[in-house]
Design a protein. Structure first.
Length: 114
């Protein structure tokens, strides 16, 4: 890659991470071949590699991009947060308690009679 093209492209894009993503996507398109997107958008490609062609397209404003607007995130406070509800498995009704007692009593009687 040509360092001069990188510096010029970085002046246009302002974010190195975005520049890397733009160049890598364009290089994939150029290397794919076969379609309209795979042709260079600049005239003088000569001995340039795909990355240099992509950087040249960015420098000459042949390829555009949009930066998304940054949204400020807010941390939720504890007052508006819902509390977890107890599960139905943990609840025992009066019928369940009777069955447990009767079952335990029945088991106890059979163990003692044996």
């Amino acid at each position: 890659m040509n360092a001069e093209l990188v510096k010029k492209a970085l002046e246009k894009v302002l974010n190195a991470n975005v520049l890397v993503n733009l160049v890598s996507r364009r290089v994939r398109q150029l290397n794919a071949g076969g379609g309209g997107l795979s042709r260079p958008l600049i005239a003088n490609v000569g001995n340039l590699g795909a990355a240099d062609v992509a950087l040249g397209e960015i420098v000459e404003d042949k390829m555009g991009f949009e930066m998304p607007e940054i949204e400020v995130l807010t941390r939720p406070n504890g007052k508006s947060r819902k509390k977890p509800q107890p599960s139905a498995r943990n609840k025992t009704g009066p019928a369940d308690e009777e069955n447990v007692e009767n079952g335990f009593a029945a088991r106890k009687q059979t163990e003692t009679s044996s």
